[in-house]
Design a protein around this ligand. Structure first.
Ligand SMILES: *[C@@H]1O[C@H](CO)[C@@H](O)[C@H](O)[C@H]1NC(C)=O
Ligand SMILES: *[C@@H]1O[C@H](CO)[C@@H](O)[C@H](O)[C@H]1NC(C)=O
Length: 471
């Protein structure tokens, strides 16, 4: 009897060791090589310059740029917002069928009569940070640049940080976080001074889109890295959410030598293995989950919400020009489309309220600033194309999520964001996931919604990176 038990145990242990070994081997089977991307791929409207060195020399100046719009454009928008709106009345007094028509009428009234007369003030507000443009790989890139000139730099740790926004967002989302970063050194416990660079992603706002195919997040990562090098930043931190998170991840993957640390409020790893682990996590949550993370596993409700709230994603990943045709030159439709996301992605319960909860965490002026940026720069089509490029066969062939990176990584999860990945899924890619947090509040646009919390989380991450990398 005893012998049989022993045999069972021995077999069990051998199987376990075998399984562990096989699992480790899976790493090498499923991992991909770092792809080689051209660092000077041409995206410009004109023909590619023959003499690259001359082109760079000629086009690399960085200029201060207050990108203004003529009075005629502003007046025209006011008039367009003054047309009688023929909206079909919503069936229920909430956002469950999408943007509520009564609320949309109220927002358009406010926009036309309260916001538009103050547009020049809004411009001045947005100029509180310096705007610049420079040309990279044939495209005009726009960015905010915050440099701290502090006499007391001695004894302070001075780091550049790149903030990357997503869709349908813009540089505007980062204003409060920029203030927090600017004031970091005022807190005695945080001996940091940050230079902050906040670019508009190509095709968003004042950063030119391309008419050439193939500018996906990996190629955007190249442009962003070239921008940072142009500004003289060879080593820097990244913070990003939404598409900014994808681009930041690709930068950490392609250019580990330039990235001190990658911090994201939407860490994702879309590989077969990660999805398998997600399913296992759901079946056996207690085994995988540290205390406090129970809400994260993909139970049915979370999957249902993901399907319900990502129709736009599928549309833009397949037919960006159709939705572009619907929305460009249509300010009211554009506002409904963009603001509905700010409602539904900020809190899963906001769709139940008559005003979409939009004003609970945001000022309407701030939300309209963001809509204005999309409208005035006519960037809804070019920004939507990023989804299609993200899912193109060429982009998928790069297998970016299967390429591991050793760049120190920090992942902050916020309760109401669309999707959450657990550490055991993320570690396949982010081998040095040194910071992992989950907050029972906050949504997709957390930089604007909870800048204090995001700032604190980021600072905690920077401290861990300093220890880890012995900076
Ligand atoms: C440099 O800039 C000038 C003036 O903008 C332009 O005429 C010239 O063709 C440019 N040269 C190159 C090599 O791009
Ligand atoms: C909107 O139209 C009304 C009536 O025609 C007019 O009195 C008002 O001045 C207009 N407002 C704007 C902002 O154009």
């Amino acid at each position: 009897m005893l012998g049989l038990k022993k045999l069972q145990w021995t077999l069990g242990i051998i199987c376990l060791i075998g399984a562990m070994f096989a699992y480790r081997q899976m790493n090498s089977v499923f991992e991909s090589e770092v792809p080689t991307l051209s660092l000077r791929q041409w995206w410009g409207e004109d023909a590619e310059p023959e003499d690259w060195a001359a082109y760079v020399k000629n086009s690399s100046q960085v200029v201060t740029n207050r990108l203004m719009f003529p009075d005629s454009t502003i007046d025209e928008l006011r008039q367009r917002l003054n047309r009688t709106l023929r909206l079909t009345e919503s069936m229920t007094p909430d956002f469950r069928n999408g943007f509520n028509s009564q609320e949309l009428l109220k927002i358009v009234d406010y926009w036309r009569d309260k916001y538009m007369p103050r547009w020049r003030e809004r411009e001045v507000f947005m100029w509180q940070f310096n705007h610049f443009t420079t040309e990279i790989q044939g495209l005009r890139m726009h960015f905010l640049h915050l440099m701290i000139y502090d006499e007391n730099k001695v004894g302070k740790h001075h780091y550049p940080v790149l903030l990357l926004h997503g869709w349908p967002s813009s540089i505007r989302e980062f204003y409060p976080l920029m203030h927090k970063l600017q004031q970091t050194h005022l807190d005695k416990n945080n001996p940091y001074i940050f230079d902050v660079v906040v670019p508009s992603i190509p095709g968003f706002a004042w950063s030119e889109g391309t008419s050439r195919k193939g500018l996906g997040p990996a190629q955007v990562a190249v442009i962003m890295r070239n921008l940072m090098l142009r500004l003289g930043y060879k080593k820097f931190f990244i913070q990003g959410g939404g598409f900014g998170s994808v681009i930041g991840s690709h930068m950490a993957t392609l250019f580990p030598e330039n990235i001190l640390g990658y911090h994201s409020n939407l860490c994702t790893v879309f590989t077969g293995r990660s999805v398998m682990k997600g399913i296992l996590n759901a079946i056996k949550p207690n085994f995988f989950f540290r205390h406090g993370f129970e809400e994260m596993f993909p139970h049915w409700e979370a999957i249902k919400r993901l399907i319900e709230e990502t129709g736009y994603y599928h549309l833009q990943a397949t037919k960006p020009d159709t939705i572009g045709a619907v929305l460009s030159d249509n300010p009211v439709g554009l506002a409904a489309y963009i603001l509905e996301k700010w409602s539904s992605l900020t809190n899963k319960y906001y769709k139940d309220s008559s005003n979409g909860g939009l004003r609970k965490r945001f000022k309407l002026d701030t939300l309209l600033d963001n809509v204005m940026i999309y409208y005035l720069t006519d960037s809804i089509t070019t920004s939507s194309r990023l989804f299609a490029e993200h899912h193109s066969p060429e982009q998928r062939a790069l297998h970016m999520d299967s390429v591991p990176t050793d760049v120190p990584t920090g992942c902050a999860r916020f309760k109401h964001d669309l999707i959450h990945f657990h550490d055991n899924q993320l570690k396949d890619k982010y081998r040095n996931l040194i910071h992992s947090t989950f907050y029972k509040d906050g949504g997709h646009f957390v930089a604007l919604e909870m800048p204090k919390l995001l700032h604190a989380d980021f600072i905690e991450f920077v401290k861990k990176v300093e220890k880890f990398s012995k900076l």
